[in-house]
Design a protein around this ligand. Sequence first.
Ligand SMILES: NC(=O)c1ccc[n+]([C@@H]2O[C@H](COP(=O)([O-])OP(=O)(O)OC[C@H]3O[C@@H](n4cnc5c(N)ncnc54)[C@H](OP(=O)(O)O)[C@@H]3O)[C@@H](O)[C@H]2O)c1
Length: 496
Amino acid sequence: MNVDADRRSPPCALVIFGASGDLTARKLLPALERLSGYGALPPEVALVGVARTPMTDAEFGDLCRRNVPGPVEPRWKELAATARYVHGGYDDPATYQRLAEVMAECDHRHGTAGNRVYYLATPPRLFGPIAISLGKAGLSTPAGDGFVRAVVEKPFGWDEASARGLYAELSSAFSEEQIFRIDHYLAKETVQNLLALRFANSIFEPIWNRTWVDNVQITVAETLGVGERGGFYETTGAMRDIVQNHVLQVLSLFLMEPPTSFHAEAIRDEKVKLLRAIQPLDDEAEIAANAVRGQYTRGGTRDDLMRGYRDEPGVDPLSATETFVAMRLEVQNWRWTGVPVYVRTGKRLPARVTEVAMEFRRPPQLPLFPGTAERLDPDALIVRVQPDEGLSLRFGAKVPGHAFRVQKASMDFSYESFEEQSPDAYERVILDALIGDPTLFIRADEVGRSWRIVDPVMQCWAADDRPIPLYQAATWGPPEATAMIARDGRSWRHSS
Ligand SMILES: NC(=O)c1ccc[n+]([C@@H]2O[C@H](COP(=O)([O-])OP(=O)(O)OC[C@H]3O[C@@H](n4cnc5c(N)ncnc54)[C@H](OP(=O)(O)O)[C@@H]3O)[C@@H](O)[C@H]2O)c1
């Protein structure tokens, strides 16, 4: 894959905090290697790692090479060979003094021109202290026409109040334009294709509203359990891990009004307007009727028996952490009032699927097809984010034969039909941060509004001393989730 000339990084020192960690090894370094291969990282880009683990520059260079298997791009070899490493505590002023010296050497040797991108790949509680330390050391202010940016991984806070606290810490050193909050879901090709689908075609937009759409369903289903990440998951749960960020981001792109341009601010303005139109579930009765949590128990088959969440390593045997969430939301605006938006996510579900489905209203004259059409699933447009990225349009078609029987058929588009490969999400976010394109990053007001939607539900569940509903591993969540949608006379897709 070649990159367009304007998709090439300007001169810059890319500084990774938490350079000894899992995200760096598994995602960031391989993404940088691929970007090197596309010619996106010219010689004026230098790599600097920062962490507490003692390492020399050469050892960090080795770590870079070790984490990229197979034949390796010459530019990546060079980037790894010249990589620098700063060893020190994240709140120790000496670390930042040393970092300043190393970055100045990069300016001198590689021509990085005073430009910096700080990638905070550390546990979230260090984001604020690192930003404050960078600010105190005078390393957050751009020199001349240059740029300094901070890339922040999710989670962005723990609730609305802590998100505000994190915002205050980050903005003590960086302006909002300098902060790039990652949701790697937004960097997935299919999610971006939502913009192309809706706004590069004229056939979809006329039916993208309450007149034609019966309901919207967003599913983020995983077959895996928490594995070795039980300790982390205990402090997070499905609502904070998936709904507050990925689900609400995809939902807002899918349902927002057309932006006036594809400029980052125009798109982010529309997303936040959509999030503001979602009425938070505020009182207990509303939450009980429209939000369901669940936790997986032992299940599966005799040959593939999966342990329950409470038996996973690092998990409290009495844990009430939710591994499943289903919610019914309403977007109260001119386009969507009255169209329920069902969202569902969980671990240890029967299939790994992430999709957004729009189900259309049934045709007005079902009696034309007695005995079949009313039993058919509604027509649907399905955007599959993973696996098999693509689109499907489901509709009724006549079964060949003498009888007039209607059956569901499907027109499918797969991304595999393009010769070009989709870039990995981390390639996209790293390059966007280096270039300075904030379109696929989340603005502070979006973060705040998303917490406003999930916070009341989390608070209500935290105060609820009834046992959390359970579901067997490899099933579609607790019966309460099925009952919630059935009350509306509908059913979840993929429920059988
Ligand atoms: N891993 C993933 O696949 C993934 C996916 C999405 C988002 N994220 C986000 O990316 C960030 C980094 O994730 P990660 O999995 O790479 O984290 P990690 O491996 O646990 O931590 C990264 C580095 O931070 C330092 N660190 C860890 N715990 C620390 C502590 N208690 N005090 C001070 N330093 C500590 C360690 O480096 P030193 O000890 O050498 O300083 C560690 O190598 C997190 O915010 C996470 O939520 C990760």
